[in-house]
Design a protein around this ligand. Structure first.
Ligand code: SAM
Ligand code: DTB
Ligand code: SF4
Length: 336
């Protein structure tokens, strides 16, 4: 069932790529103004949701995603680490909660979870829930049964990115298809889980591809509650290590267009913040980004200097979701 909110009866699932390209082509200030209007109609503009990531199983991934330092097929593969111990994960979740994160996201470098490891992940989900935190996992492709088991363990969100347009997908990943991703997203929704689904920009895709990604996200039967917009982190030894720079204002445009087209979703300013100035991140918040990943590390790559986020939030007057301050309407909760 499509999501719509009291504030926006017009949430759409029939976007044509050309219409989204036309948004990209608006004068920059008009685009930001429109994005701000949509943002303010759906969210408290001074509130930000913070999730903390942890890589629970690192490297040795059989997939060949051209951007990823965890693929066993790339020379730049990071040091491998087997599945972490449940207690180690709980300790990290507690620390994340103490630092202000209200969601803990656990990522594993798998094509799909193995029957041996999966029960341990279910236990991690249960234990994070017991802390009173929201939980999210990203484990690769799921069967319908695995999705149901995650839901039964109390999981809140499943992260599974479409990453780029259907047309560009095969240029970046050859070991699975765009349709494989759609299938897992379907299983996740059917199980009653909330969806975190977005993509990466700066991989050499065209503006039409960026519009195509946003169209694909918007035309899912229900908009993802969380939409991570990652700026490619160019990692040496990966096929995309030498991708051309993406213009910073084009990155801001991508955030603004995502905000307009996905009005009730949290748009997450994701990978790539380490190399962004405070001013650029602020422009992203103005364009409608209202969530981030916190901490010094993402999964394997750097993220933010210690104290940098809380300092920026204080300077901007941004307050954290779940910190006891005024909560936004969370329109995605009123969906489906
Ligand atoms: N293996 C699972 C999967 O692919 O769904 C989960 C982990 S995977 C690392 C999660 C997401 O991280 C990818 O879908 C991609 O969007 C993002 N990512 C990975 N490497 C990145 C990089 N170098 N720069 C930006 N985003 C990246
Ligand atoms: C998402 O879209 N971005 C996060 C999270 N979902 C799992 C991961 C970013 C990974 C960046 C590269 C790394 O840390 O290895
Ligand atoms: Fe594996 Fe996920 Fe990295 Fe692709 S993005 S190589 S599936 S860990």
């Amino acid at each position: 069932m499509p999501n719509s909110t009291p504030a926006d009866k017009a949430t759409r699932h029939d976007w044509r790529v050309e219409e989204i390209e036309a948004l990209f082509q608006l004068p920059f200030l008009d685009l930001l103004y429109r994005a701000q209007c949509v943002h303010r109609a759906h969210f408290d503009p001074n509130q930000i949701q913070v999730s903390q990531l942890l890589s629970i199983k690192t490297g040795a991934c059989p997939e060949d995603c051209g951007y990823c330092p965890q693929s066993a097929r790339h020379a730049g593969e990071v040091a491998r680490e087997p599945l972490l111990d449940v207690e180690q994960v709980v300790a990290q979740a507690r620390a994340a909660q103490a630092s202000g994160a209200n969601r803990f996201c656990m990522g594993a470098a798998w094509r799909t979870p193995s029957p041996r490891d999966f029960p341990k992940v279910l236990e991690m989900v249960r234990r994070v829930g017991e802390l009173g935190m929201e939980s999210c996992v990203t484990l690769g492709m799921l069967t319908p049964e695995q999705a149901r088991q995650l839901k039964a363990a109390g999981l809140d969100y499943y992260n599974h990115n479409l990453d780029t347009s259907p047309e560009f997908y095969g240029e970046v990943i050859t070991t699975r298809t765009f349709d494989d991703r759609i299938e897992t997203l379907h299983h996740v929704r059917e199980a009653g889980l909330k969806v975190c689904c977005g993509g990466i920009v700066g991989m050499g895709e065209s503006r039409r591809d960026r519009a195509g990604l946003i169209a694909a996200l918007a035309n899912l039967p229900v908009h993802p509650e969380s939409v991570p917009v990652n700026r490619l982190i160019r990692v040496e030894g990966t096929p995309l290590a030498d991708a051309a720079d993406l213009d910073e204002l084009e990155f801001v445009r991508t955030i603004a267009v995502a905000r307009i087209v996905l009005p009730g979703s949290h748009v997450r300013l994701s990978a790539g913040r380490e190399s962004m100035s405070d001013a650029l991140q602020t422009l992203c918040f103005l364009a409608g980004a209202n969530s981030i990943f916190s901490g010094e590390k993402l999964l394997t790559a750097g993220n933010a200097a210690p104290g940098a986020d809380s300092d920026l939030f204080a300077r901007l007057g941004l307050t954290l979701t779940g910190s006891g301050e005024r909560r936004c309407a969370e329109p995605d909760r009123a969906t489906a």
